[in-house]
Design a protein around this ligand. Structure first.
Ligand SMILES: NC(=O)c1ccc[n+]([C@@H]2O[C@H](COP(=O)([O-])OP(=O)(O)OC[C@H]3O[C@@H](n4cnc5c(N)ncnc54)[C@H](O)[C@@H]3O)[C@@H](O)[C@H]2O)c1
Ligand SMILES: [Zn+2]
Ligand SMILES: [Zn+2]
Length: 361
């Protein structure tokens, strides 16, 4: 029987979100219904609300979530009712050219549920990132459920479903930070702070946090930054060089995603170093840089989608590190809120007062 539950809906561009009844179908072949326990508020939810992703309103927002599988459809064998799972937006297909080359973390054809969730009047919903988890329950492809240790806090480990994984993976997977490397991270919101935590996890030596907000720099120290730079107080490139023997950092991660921060990352890096772009630029942004500088400095210029993560490999491993006390995911949860508080959380995010607000359901 289809179920009616509450969900957070963005009905129109820029309009405040509303809590409404939504209808969840029974899971079909390859699908699962998940009873959501917690879901973080990510910048991408706000991008959806503002029409910055696409025009397929109404959206069911929320995509950084953990919960318990309630029911599964035909042919689902990897998860079963009662499993504690973190939801992911990279359910790999196993068939595309990336998967066939043995690089499933790049999968170009990821799965979502086939059936639609709807409003009570039958209007089809577009779930954010194919998840839609600011809701009591949601319908996803079974491959979007990654089973993890059930003793972990849902509010903390749900964040691995998007921003925290993107940041950790930007350092560990895409940037391939090695023991002793110097690392600089530009922008220390949820994603950049996670990149700092990732650099610490990889035993980087010098870890430099850069932001325009002193509160974020303070939090970044807690995540593992050994040095901080307030970007409003001088030349960022010179400041990074001064902290790295005059040379620049081995890996520089841009977690803002603007031409000016990317250029800082490019020039704040040592010869043959690596730049990782994890912040998401907007379509109007362009880059102009002397090609000779690109050639002459060597190294690699990379982008990181979802931290190049493979959920089945990375989520259980990171949850175990969390439970061992080696990765402080609780530090990303600035506050827990109710389902009615998402709009207020967007305002706080805008004002910079939080790393993550997490809706508990
Ligand atoms: N690549 C991915 O898979 C992926 C996944 C999730 C989020 N993101 C993107 O990552 C970016 C960061 O997300 P977030 O949730 O951390 O956002 P956030 O708003 O919490 O953090 C952004 C931080 O950048 C700082 N900042 C802004 N301008 C700056 C500047 N010029 N120099 C230094 N710092 C500056 C802000 O003070 C803030 O602390 C966003 O663009 C988001 O869309 C990417
Ligand atoms: Zn694939
Ligand atoms: Zn997100």
């Amino acid at each position: 029987m289809p179920q009616t539950v509450r969900g957070v809906i963005a009905r129109a561009k820029g309009a405040p979100v509303t809590v409404e009844n939504i209808v969840i179908p029974d899971p079909g072949p390859g699908e699962a219904v998940v009873d959501i326990a917690a879901c973080g508020v990510c910048h991408t939810d706000l991008h959806y609300r503002e029409g910055g992703i696409n025009d397929e309103f109404p959206f069911l927002l929320g995509h950084e979530a953990a919960g318990v599988v309630e029911s599964v459809g035909e042919g689902v064998t990897d998860v079963a009712p009662g499993d504690f799972v973190v939801l992911n937006w990279r359910a790999v297909c196993g068939q595309c050219r990336a998967c066939l080359r043995g690089r499933p973390w790049y999968c170009f054809n990821t799965h979502n549920a086939t059936q639609k969730m709807t409003l009570e009047d039958g209007t089809e919903l577009s779930p954010a990132l194919g998840i839609g988890a600011f809701a009591d329950k949601t319908l996803v492809a079974a491959g979007q459920c990654t089973k993890v240790d059930p003793s972990a806090s849902p509010a903390a480990v749900g964040l691995l479903g998007c921003g925290v994984m993107a940041g950790l993976g930007a350092a560990i997977n895409t940037g391939n930070v090695q023991r002793g490397d110097s690392v600089a991270v530009i922008g220390c919101g949820g994603v950049g702070s996670a990149a700092i935590a990732g650099a610490r996890l990889a035993n980087a030596g010098t870890i430099i946090a850069i932001d325009v907000d002193d509160r974020k720099l303070e939090w970044a120290r807690g995540m593992g930054a050994t040095h901080t730079i307030n970007a409003t107080e001088g030349d960022v490139v010179e400041a990074v060089q001064a902290l790295t023997g005059g040379f620049g950092a081995d890996v520089v991660i841009d977690a803002v995603g603007r031409p000016e921060t990317w250029k800082q990352a490019f020039y704040a890096r040592d010869l043959a170093g690596t730049v990782v772009l994890v912040g998401v630029p907007t379509p109007d942004m362009h880059l102009e840089i002397p090609l000779l500088d690109v050639f002459g400095r060597g190294g690699s210029l990379k982008s990181s989608w979802y931290g190049d993560c493979l959920p089945s490999r990375d989520f259980p491993m990171l949850v175990d590190l969390y439970l061992q006390g080696r990765l402080d995911l609780d530090a990303f949860v600035t506050e827990t809120i109710g389902i009615d508080d998402v709009e207020a959380a967007f305002t706080k995010m805008h004002e910079g007062g939080v790393l993550r607000s997490v809706v508990e359901l």
